[in-house]
Design a binder for this molecule. Structure first.
Ligand SMILES: [Zn+2]
Length: 265
């Protein structure tokens, strides 16, 4: 287990990365690390790019403050909820990544099986229902989804990624924002090609055996997701498997069916 001092240094370093990468603006976002039965967290109203060690707050799992000059963040309850429902998690990163958020604002999802590395490391990224920022609704909204996965989006708000340490929680955020950027360009070019289910099976098989990844993921082709995101055979255009001759026959047949009977006489 790391010391409280080490945890504070890690929070300051990851805060700088968040700010420099544009994953938060102004005083947005918050970070925390669990050290034993204590939680070290960022204070409210402070830029995450310029955190100072003595501002960071130390609280218990109920949010009672032990030390630190800062005021606990109004979104701390969301972090405490994660630590309550996920004993395997020791760090939480909440940010406002602009590209991921753009997908959510546009009513799109980030659960498509597109980039192999993202399929393996993050899986589908569900969106927690909208909750008014800085209220108790936020902790309630993430209660169910965070039990199943390490990376979720908060509707109209931002991201929440968790991990066994803060590097792991941060890396998931950086990876999902990069994936959102790639998806955005692909959409601008006109098409997003998804992986088929057999390939997703192969990739998920590599998760434990080859990559030794920890944490939780929801498969990107999970049937409980509201959107069918995988390229299954039923969703493909049947004409793709036909020869040109067969295709011409089908087209002629369709044209003939549409012609009024009179014109055929
Ligand atoms: Zn926020």
């Amino acid at each position: 287990m790391i010391t409280e001092r080490e945890a504070k240094k890690q929070i300051i370093e990851i805060g700088q990365r968040l700010y420099e990468k544009g994953l938060v603006a102004a005083t947005d976002g918050n970070l925390s690390i669990r050290v034993g039965d204590r939680i070290i967290a960022t204070p409210s109203g402070v830029s995450k790019g310029y955190l100072k060690e003595n501002e960071l707050v130390t609280v218990d799992i109920s949010g009672n403050k032990y030390s630190g000059l800062g005021k606990p963040s109004t979104e701390l309850d969301m972090h405490l909820e994660v630590y309550k429902v996920r004993p395997d998690v020791n760090a939480v990163v909440h940010a406002h990544p602009p590209k991921c958020l753009s997908f959510i604002i546009a009513g799109e999802n980030l659960s498509q099986c597109v980039i192999p590395e993202v399929v393996v490391a993050i899986g589908a990224i569900p969106t927690a229902p909208y909750a008014t920022p800085s209220t108790a609704e936020m902790a309630q909204s993430i209660h169910e989804p965070i039990k199943r996965t390490d990376a979720i989006m908060l509707d109209r708000h931002g991201s929440l990624t968790v991990g066994h340490n803060i590097e792991s929680a941060y890396n998931k955020l950086e990876k999902m924002e990069h994936a959102a950027e790639v998806m955005l360009y692909a959409k601008l070019l006109g098409n997003v090609r998804t992986l088929d289910r057999a390939e997703v099976d192969k990739l998920m098989g590599l998760r434990d055996s080859t990559y030794g990844l920890q944490g939780k993921v929801i498969r990107c082709d999970d049937d409980s997701l509201p959107q069918g995101s995988c390229n299954t055979s039923t969703s493909q255009d049947p004409s793709q498997n036909m020869s040109m001759e067969e295709l011409v026959k089908v087209i002629i047949q369709k044209v003939l069916e549409r012609l009024p009977e009179q014109s055929l006489k």
